[in-house]
Design a protein around this ligand. Structure first.
Ligand SMILES: NC(=O)C1=CN([C@@H]2O[C@H](COP(=O)(O)OP(=O)(O)OC[C@H]3O[C@@H](n4cnc5c(N)ncnc54)[C@H](OP(=O)(O)O)[C@@H]3O)[C@@H](O)[C@H]2O)C=CC1
Ligand SMILES: CC(=O)N[C@@H](CCC(=O)OP(=O)(O)O)C(=O)O
Length: 344
């Protein structure tokens, strides 16, 4: 058994880590932090965890206690991992950061999008972008993981096969994405209120969302050069889930797109290419560490449409974080992640 710590345990991704780790055969949760709820037992705040964590209580973030863990997850707003990751790495603790702190390779670009200076540029070189479908071998060796964002996970997985094969015009890609409200975190915010978010849908961040540079960076790696991307996120009245509809302009006759997708993800335990003609539903991945994809070519024309769904809190955050932990420690890649989605 390894010992892990979680910084930011009261948020949605923190409690989702607890839910997944409760079934992990190799992991014991040693410490879970919350400054506002220090002293409260996790099962008193989250009764779904009763019977799984009956004594574990939230505590103040203490670098020495966290440094005694084999790995620490950061499920915190951006900037928090910048301040603590170096100290933990120096104590031999591996760090898996669910925030955006180490996702962009360029510290200045990070500062532009996040509106504050990068707090740990010296760690960027060793940080590995934790998308296993692209960087599995580097993740196995990593000490510091930047877990991809939720929209970036859905978009990159849907477009990788097309860009790697050079089949679409990389200058003109469109990602039209919808998210459930847990994507905005647990903190009280007016747009997340029931009366604001239910029975309604709206786009936001059309002029430039902070996931845009992250997605461009990942797609650029797959394409082998810069990509042009229009990314428009939307808030939808559901609790969990991301649905990405991705459009690419085919450069020529693409061959069998269904076979391309099936071959690209044949060995991937957490990417499901659905049969030709399918329309994946967000509810089919609820609670599961899975990305379901379908590829379409309407009217055999020059546009390819990829449909990609994930649970933002699982493959889009905490499940992907556990998948990274499994790779880093040589555990079965699906340890703690084997449950099917919840349907209906
Ligand atoms: N929600 C989602 O779908 C996704 C979220 N993410 C990212 O994961 C991270 C966590 O998200 P989410 O769970 O939604 O966030 P929440 O806002 O729901 O929770 C944040 C947690 O961080 C703690 N925290 C806040 N500030 C600090 C601080 N300065 N030092 C230590 N702890 C702090 C809070 O507890 P307390 O204040 O009591 O200490 C709380 O437990 C964010 O970076 C988010 O962008 C990534 C992908 C998807
Ligand atoms: C619905 C909603 O508000 N979603 C969040 C994105 C999810 C997220 O937490 O992204 P990071 O991990 O990069 O911070 C947003 O658009 O800001």
């Amino acid at each position: 058994m390894i010992k892990v710590g979680i910084v930011g345990g009261t948020g949605y991704t923190g409690v989702e880590l607890l839910r997944l780790l409760a079934q992990h055969p190799e992991v014991e949760v040693e410490a879970i932090t919350s400054r506002s709820e220090a002293g409260v037992r996790v099962c008193d705040m989250y009764p779904n965890l009763r019977g799984h964590y009956d004594t574990l209580a939230f505590s103040e973030p203490d670098p020495r206690r966290l440094g005694a863990c084999d790995a620490v997850f950061f499920a915190t707003p951006h900037g928090v991992a910048h301040a603590l990751a170096g100290e933990l790495l120096a104590q031999g603790t591996r760090v898996i950061d669910l925030s955006a702190d180490f996702r962009l390779r360029d510290a200045e670009e990070w500062a532009r999008w996040y509106g504050q200076p990068h707090g740990a540029p010296e760690l960027l070189e060793e940080a590995v972008y934790g998308l296993p479908e692209m960087h599995r071998e580097r993740i196995r060796q990593a000490r510091l993981i930047a877990v991809p964002g939720c929209y970036p996970t859905a978009v990159q997985l849907g477009l990788l096969p097309l860009l790697e094969a050079g089949l679409i015009d990389a200058e003109h890609i469109i990602a039209d994405c919808k998210s459930g409200v847990t994507g905005a975190g647990r903190g009280a915010k007016v747009p997340s209120l029931l009366a604001e978010a239910s029975e309604s849908m709206k786009a936001y961040g059309a002029a430039g969302h902070r996931h845009l540079p992250e997605i461009r960076q990942g797609l650029g790696d797959a394409a082998g050069g810069a990509v042009g991307l229009t990314f428009v996120p939307h808030l939808t009245p559901m609790i969990r889930g991301i649905h990405a509809t991705l459009y690419g302009r085919l450069k020529g006759e693409p061959g069998d797109l269904q076979a391309l997708f099936e071959q690209r993800f044949a060995e991937e335990p957490f990417v499901d290419v659905m049969p030709a003609g399918s329309h994946p539903e967000t509810r089919s991945v609820k609670g599961a560490n899975v990305c379901r994809l379908a590829v379409h070519r309407p009217g055999d024309g020059d546009t390819v449409v990829v449909l990609s769904v994930i649970d933002n809190l699982v493959k889009g955050a905490s499940g992907q974080a556990v998948q990274n932990l499994n790779l880093m420690f040589g555990f079965a890649e699906n340890a703690g992640l084997a449950v099917p989605a919840l349907m209906p």
